[in-house]
Design a protein around this ligand. Structure first.
Ligand code: SF4
Length: 363
């Protein structure tokens, strides 16, 4: 296929093949990719609005038996650093979230060997009882697969019980690169790519809104990034009629500082600004059935994030009141509620505060 035909297909909202996507990557300049992606974005979202959200990231435990080589956050269960967030600490964090105008908790933790489904049911239902308006954007496919494995029950049953206890939406966490060659090397104790997608299929059948992340810039090849994109949109296409499925795609660059992976491979990892912006554009082009692309300002910073808004991204994500995993590996960008809105306006877009369903949210 000629490159002009591929560009036309992309602009028409067609699913490009992996090879066609790679041809765009190989042959187009950053400006050309940005122009195509921005046209697609404006066709899908004709208004210049860019979403943002206040949520509080509570990493409820750092105890984890996965040992991912890119993670500085985890501890063994007998480590002096091991912790589990208490009810009192949750209450204090939620009060603070509410006082800042947010309503969503992003709950993510390690794969704790002793926390079965009862812990999560009690946690979610307790939080909902004490704070009925709080939204729980919680766990992710690796945690769901881990709980299901501990309990000897299906993903479907695990999710059903967690939804009944108060789970509102499922983050696309722990995706890294959804190709098993990569996962076997950097996170071999975590769920496989098939298991990750199977959890999401079940979530979509149960009506949960989910998202997809990608951590790029470590040991993956360019082709493996495209496999991740193509599999994502295939699973999205399988969702039941009327289900939202994956509401957003969030790629972010690997933060290598102090990680086992950096020490083991003894090399620097860097995703340049140009590479990140190009990948945001390629994501918008390759994922025509996923409505929103988020620029991860937390890891790339304000200016690159602003350029991404002209490269297909239509969301700036969260001001993230508390974040422990990428911040201990080198990401140190911060925004407050005024700062994030100003950054969006400076990029010539119009900020709107949203909830996890991408609906306007007014406190
Ligand atoms: S990334 Fe998550 S699953 Fe992997 S070691 Fe860290 S806490 Fe555990």
């Amino acid at each position: 296929m000629k490159i002009e035909d591929i560009k036309y297909s992309a602009l028409s909202g067609e699913f490009l093949t992996l090879q066609e996507g790679m041809m765009l990557n190989d042959q187009l300049s950053t400006t050309e990719l940005m122009t195509i992606a921005h046209s697609i974005r404006m066709r899908m979202h004709p208004s210049p609005k860019v979403g943002w959200i206040i949520d509080r990231n509570v990493n409820y435990t750092n105890v984890c038996e996965s040992g991912c080589q890119f993670c500085n956050f985890y501890a063994g269960k007998n480590s002096p650093k091991a912790y589990l967030t208490s009810d009192t600490e949750f209450d204090q964090k939620i009060e603070e979230l509410f006082s800042l105008g947010g309503r969503q908790l992003l709950l993510q933790g390690g794969l704790h060997p002793d926390l079965g489904i009862r812990y999560y049911i009690d946690l979610f239902s307790g939080l909902k009882k004490r704070y009925p308006s709080v939204k729980l954007h919680a766990l992710g496919p690796p945690e769901i697969a881990h709980i299901a494995h501990l309990e000897g029950i299906s993903y479907h049953e695990t999710l059903k019980q967690l939804i009944a206890a108060g789970l509102d939406s499922l983050p696309g966490a722990g995706a890294e690169i959804l190709v098993d060659r990569v996962r076997a090397e950097i996170s071999k104790n975590k769920c496989t790519a098939d298991q990750w997608f199977d959890v999401m299929r079940e979530a979509h059948k149960l009506g949960l809104t989910t998202s997809v992340t990608m951590m790029l810039g470590h040991i993956e090849t360019v082709e493996e990034r495209f496999i991740h994109l193509v599999r994502t949109r295939e699973v999205q296409a399988e969702r039941p009629e009327g289900a939202t499925g994956f509401i957003s795609f969030i790629p972010w660059p690997f933060q290598s500082e102090g990680t086992v992976l950096k020490k083991r491979l003894k090399r620097n990892f860097e995703v340049s600004a140009d590479e990140y912006i190009r990948f945001i554009a390629l994501s918008r082009i390759m994922l025509p059935n996923i409505p929103n692309i988020q620029a991860s300002w937390l890891t790339v910073g304000k200016e690159i994030g602003q350029i991404c808004l002209h490269a297909g991204a239509n969301d700036f994500g969260s001001i993230m009141i508390e974040e422990n995993v990428v911040s201990v590996a080198g990401a140190d960008h911060t925004f407050d509620t005024q700062g994030i809105q100003l950054a969006i306006r400076e990029a010539s877009f119009e900020p709107y505060q949203r909830n996890q369903q991408f609906q306007a949210f007014h406190f």
